[in-house]
Design a protein around this ligand. Structure first.
Ligand code: SF4
Length: 359
């Protein structure tokens, strides 16, 4: 059986750096240089749980452990787990029959669960509980004969999984333009749900357009955009008006990281860039810049933020002020299949682990 690894772009080779002196000469900075560091930032409880699930599966079952799709959308996390023995695949068909496969934090459709069963695969479901909540809402409202408008990005794994719960009842709404033109069969029995990692503001804009067209549109029973997405956006909204440059650490396929760049620009940052690694930072971004905002997406280990802060310090941004807009202390229990194995093996971590080894 051959396997097809998920394509993971490797970190780029560092360019020749423009020296701090060259940057200062190109555009002097008036006033003290500082970093505004967003809090919360980085790993959320769902990502931490998913990464720990793969680490614990490797520890208890041994390598290889197959993982369907990127466990979380972060290049560093995926390559680190690969180095420990995880094999990332696109589909169950690439996993040898009888082997162990972990489903990613983004969730899977019932068809994927069924195909794993058909192949006799052993599974650990690392779907974030907050994604599972949206799946359950979709099933419940579809069973109650609602038309469901799922606000989200078509093609994103999470949206594929939720859509797969009730494809006959769900219509995906990608953006405000689609909200203006979408057709529904019963405007009197209509509810919207959403992907967990969207821009809060853009989602509300879409909902308002939909409500203008369909006044009986119902809201989800509770917010589908998760606490981690909301908190990271709130923190960057606070920082952006004070920052000439905002650097977001996160991968290009990380929805919430990409949204953070958009939110930073929308709320007043003069420039904002997303980087996977510190060595992707272009030092010309610092020219004439006194205040730099820094944050990271929900799938980003803190070690990558520290690399960025070190680079910034090299360029004179030594003063780091953490801007705290919320405290997070959520901890999800590990997937039940794994907990049972860990408990039987006497691993005390089955009760819950605060953070993965990749932090
Ligand atoms: S971003 Fe939100 S939904 Fe996604 S894994 Fe983290 S907590 Fe769960």
């Amino acid at each position: 059986m051959s396997t097809t690894a998920v394509s993971v772009p490797m970190p780029s080779i560092p360019r020749r750096r423009r020296s701090p002196e060259e940057v200062a000469a190109a555009a002097p900075v008036s006033g003290p240089k500082r970093v505004l560091l967003a809090a919360p930032r980085g790993y959320c409880a769902g990502v931490d749980r998913a990464v720990i699930a793969v680490e614990k599966a490797l520890e208890h079952y041994g390598a290889p452990v197959y993982v369907r799709k990127q466990i979380v959308h972060n290049v560093h996390v995926v390559s680190s787990l690969e180095a420990k023995g995880a094999i990332f695949v696109e589909e169950n068909e690439e996993v040898p029959s009888g082997a162990l496969v972990v489903f990613s934090a983004h969730g899977v459709s019932p068809a994927v669960v069924q195909s794993a069963e058909d192949r006799g695969l052993r599974t650990i479901d690392a779907t974030c509980p907050l994604v599972t909540k949206v799946h359950k809402e979709a099933v419940r409202f579809a069973n109650d004969d609602f038309d469901i408008l799922l606000i989200g990005h078509e093609g994103h794994e999470e949206v594929e999984g939720t859509y797969g719960e009730a494809p006959d009842s769900i219509t995906i709404v990608n953006n405000p333009d689609e909200a203006r033109t979408i057709h529904v069969s019963d405007p009197d029995r209509l509810i919207w749900l959403s992907q967990t990692t969207l821009s809060v503001d853009e989602t509300m804009e879409i909902v308002e357009i939909l409500r203008g067209r369909f006044p009986k549109l119902q809201d989800p029973p509770s917010d589908d955009i998760c606490y981690a997405t909301t908190n990271r956006q709130t923190a960057i909204k606070e920082i952006a008006p004070q920052a000439e440059l905002v650097i977001v650490v996160g991968s290009s396929n990380s929805s919430n990281s990409v949204r953070l760049v958009e939110v930073a620009l929308e709320y007043g940052a003069k420039a904002s860039y997303r980087v996977d690694f510190a060595n992707e930072i272009d030092e010309t971004w610092f020219e004439g810049v006194a205040s730099v905002g820094v944050t990271s997406g929900a799938s980003v280990p803190e070690i990558l933020v520290k690399d960025v802060l070190r680079l910034l310090a090299d360029y004179g941004y030594n003063s780091v002020e953490e801007v705290v807009t919320a405290k997070e202390d959520i901890l999800f229990s590990l997937p039940k299949e794994l907990r049972a194995t860990m408990k039987a093996a006497g691993d005390p971590d089955y009760k819950g682990v605060k953070s993965s080894n990749l932090m």
